[in-house]
Design a protein around this ligand. Sequence first.
Ligand code: NAD
Length: 343
Amino acid sequence: MFTAMRAERMQGLHFFSDQASGLEAIVAIHNTHLGPALGGCRYLPYNSLDEAVADAMRLARGMSYKAALAGLEQGGGKAVILRQPHVANRAALFEAFGRCIESLRGGYITAMDSGTSSADMDCIAQQTGHVTSTTEAGDPSPHTALGVLAGIRAAVRARLGQESLSGVRITVQGLGNVGYALAQLLHAEGAELMVSDLDQGKVRLAEEELDAQPLALDAVYEAPCDIFSPCGLGGAINQRSISLLRCAAVAGAANNQLIDIDMADQLDARGILYAPDYVINAGGLLHVALTHRGVAHGEIAARVKAIGERLDSIFTQSQSEGRSPAEVADRQAERIIYPDASG
Ligand code: NAD
């Protein structure tokens, strides 16, 4: 376990169990150099404890990088609650988890993530103030979509040399909370949309409301477009899809878009610009973190929009140094998170 922690440069790993509610949870705190660790709480079934711990650590590390490049005084953390086939009382489970978070005395702030809802965060909030994305705080997805829109503008500036999105051909893969909101924003800007989703109902809605062209799930990569925007699950850019892509840039909301870091160099080699996922999709994190701190809506919106300028500078540095945007982003984040590290 300590070897794995060292590999991820993990600061702390906390295990919690509550017999009355059946809670079994892990909180991974990656780094608190910039401030308390903030990151979502997953509630999913895992094949083993090792798998759950690895997921929590990997995601906590990602949150540190995301917060650093979003300019937040926030560290990275993540929680995983092991989902059992049957839970007698979901509210009691999340209240018990709230007490666990409270015991960490503000070192970790939790939020909604895969398998959890704002109603679950409301249960946690009954036991601790170290929680955000409650019903009152609101859904972060529209803010994530606004950040991705700013990132797509940056990619269009860099690759097409224009400010306007009018007539720009954009493929949106995944029309969920973020993808559909993004498609609406892009449609309003005059972009030409192509869309796909596992749920054909969402695809039909986009056809009707947004004049989008539907694509079969498998056809999504090879459809010629200016911007490919992965907004479904992770791993969209992999050995198979990368050779099919016929776009100028990849810029979307999904977490962990590259199946592995080698994909960043392969995209570069194919002349496809990549907007690093944790930079472009930080709008939701900015919203939850700054709402939690009581920052005004106008300032939050400006910080989300600034994701575009952050990407402008990453693209410029990538070009001048001959390194992929993903590598440039990682190095920039590491300089912020580990200011005392040499090299
Ligand atoms: P969601 O579950 O609401 O939507 C995901 C959508 O993708 C669903 O409609 C699903 O049917 C579709 N999908 C899944 N696999 C697909 C495939 N192979 N092809 C086409 N469609 C597919 O999730 P969301 O909240 O919209 O988040 C989307 C992505 O963005 C996730 O990777 C998430 O981790 C990431 N993200 C979300 C936020 C946020 O604020 N919600 C913030 C940062 C990152």
